[in-house]
Design a protein around this ligand. Sequence first.
Ligand SMILES: Nc1ncnc2c1ncn2[C@@H]1O[C@H](COP(=O)(O)OP(=O)(O)OP(=O)(O)O)[C@@H](O)[C@H]1O
Ligand SMILES: [Mg+2]
Length: 398
Amino acid sequence: MFHAPELFHRPVLAEKIAKQVLTVAVGSAASSGVFLAAPRRTGKSTFVREDLRPAFERAGALVVYADLWANPTVDPGEVIVAAVRAALTTKDGVVMRLAKASGLSKIAVGGAVNFDLDRVGLGKEVSLSDALVALSDEIKQVIVLIIDEAQHAITTDAGIAALFALKAARDELNSTQHYGLRVVCTGSNRDKLAMLRNSKEQAFYGAPMVNFPMLGKDFIEWFCQKAELSFPLSPERVWPLFAEAAYRPELLGSAADTLRFNFDVGADTGPDTFENEVRQLAIELSQVQRKVIRSLTPIQQVVLRVVAASGSNYAPFEAATMALYRKGLQLAGEAEEDVRVDVPGVQQALLALQEKKLIWKAARGVYAIEEQTVADILAADGLLKGLEPAAEQGGVAP
Ligand SMILES: Nc1ncnc2c1ncn2[C@@H]1O[C@H](COP(=O)(O)OP(=O)(O)OP(=O)(O)O)[C@@H](O)[C@H]1O
Ligand SMILES: [Mg+2]
């Protein structure tokens, strides 16, 4: 029989976040939404789906959930529209309202409403904002839109359009005539999420960025109890190991799975074996990324290093950046005449890095490193030395 994997729940944290999001102080930017940021594979989506969503629902909100990563081939803008449409269909009255408002529907004999939800969307007759207003007025509840991996919205024009539509909807629904709209966004990279809130033209200007807490000691106690190994695991030993494994529950889970089939370990050797197994898995994971980095051409590698070293200051084609690429090549011992450092060369390298999922591009030509762990590996291997922006400004770096 199939058992859904057991989860550790965090109801207290969920209640706290839900309450903060729902009760908004006058003039607070929190009505712009809130951003929850945490590294990859640390349990963001699980928490949002299993704990946060129910907490909002218990508090009387209607939750609309859009996961922009669930299907990478669908435009993020479309995913947001589809999530809103799905919420509309759950309430007959809303469809009736929209049909009436659009004035175009045929009310069929018998009063059945004939309204095609395809007419709701970006640049359609019924805007996202109109649709959310109708929903709000029908249900008379606050609506919470949760967008998982929200940074993907700014990688396409439709995604950007959806964010602006949401800003309009939020301003309207948070006026006194309606029942409120809150937007909760999650993402794994602060630099990327910051792009959604740092400029005045952005839909969530000023929205607070919250460091989403990692799973804690209570999770480790739960895990040690549930692990069902042939020897006991002590939370005191596993907790520092979990921190070392960058708070990724999967590493503990797979180590336990492996040991379950290892019949040679007893109570004496078990804990050590478990520890080694977790460390081994962490090394293997970073080795996969190291291999990808090593397989890059010299120009691709130096562009990646400069992106990682520059963070949110990265400007791909500026003269100073071009100089950094050349410096990076020298530092790596490449002969300058062998590598073409010019705009087309850099452009090609950026494209290749995007395809290899090492860097990420927002729709307006802004780049960021795809995963912080890649930057961490580069730093650990000494590949960012001499490329930091401070060094570039005249060598005052330590
Ligand atoms: N509360 C929990 N209890 C048990 N296992 C968990 C819990 N939270 C996360 N996990 C496990 O950790 C893994 C990663 O979880 P999840 O996908 O929620 O993380 P994420 O931060 O959203 O990852 P990504 O960066 O890929 O989006 C999953 O295998 C999940 O089962
Ligand atoms: Mg996730």
